[in-house]
Write a protein of this length. Structure first.
Length: 196
């Protein structure tokens, strides 16, 4: 072996060692999994909690729609006590029944922070209609309200009822700003008043 070959031998040996180490992937999968799994877990948790919020939003929206339909039904005029059925009481009772049917606590429902700004259908009354507080629930029922702004041949637009409320939802998403964050989901529905 010549002197030049002896000098190249350690370099070739080092190159072979580096190539072998570069090609060796033992443990790389574990390192990649350790880097990716927490991110995937957070994404799955986010999907779960946003899905729960969307499900709750659908349930409270259906409850508001049921309340608006019940409140829009005509008042019993042939009953012994015709004033015994008020639109706001009917709407609030229907909302509570729908929340219970969805396995939600009706006691958690809250008045909206800002009720919808709807004009009254009563001739001579100007301004927004306030929430009817005669119902014992925490549901904002506004009636009669103007659903359309179009005035046809001097008459008021279509009159109806508006039902709105808020329901709390708490996120549990660790390591984010949404962790243990309480948000209020808004539910609202409007329906034309029925005459018969």
């Amino acid at each position: 072996m010549t002197a030049c070959a002896k000098r190249l031998a350690p370099m070739q040996l080092a190159q072979k060692t580096f190539r072998r180490l570069a090609a060796d992937t033992h443990g790389a999968e574990i390192a990649e999994a350790a880097a990716v799994l927490p991110l995937m877990f957070m994404i799955l948790l986010g999907i779960f909690w946003f899905g729960q919020a969307f499900n709750l939003y659908g349930a409270i929206t259906r409850a508001a729609q049921e309340g608006a339909r019940a409140g829009a039904a005509p008042v019993c005029t042939t009953c012994a006590v015709p004033n015994g059925f008020r639109a706001s009481v009917n709407a609030a009772n229907a909302v509570q029944a729908a929340l219970v049917a969805s396995k939600l606590d009706p006691n958690l429902a809250q008045f909206p922070v800002t009720p919808p700004a709807l004009n009254s259908c009563i001739v001579g009354q100007v301004g927004n209609t306030a929430c009817d507080g005669s119902a014992s629930s925490k549901v904002c029922v506004q009636t009669p309200v103007q659903l359309t702004s179009t005035v046809i041949s001097g008459a008021a637009g279509v009159c109806g009822i508006s039902v709105s409320f808020q329901y709390p939802f708490q996120f549990h998403l660790p390591f984010t700003s949404l962790n243990n964050q309480l948000i209020l989901l808004n539910a609202s529905a409007r329906v034309r008043m029925e005459t018969r």
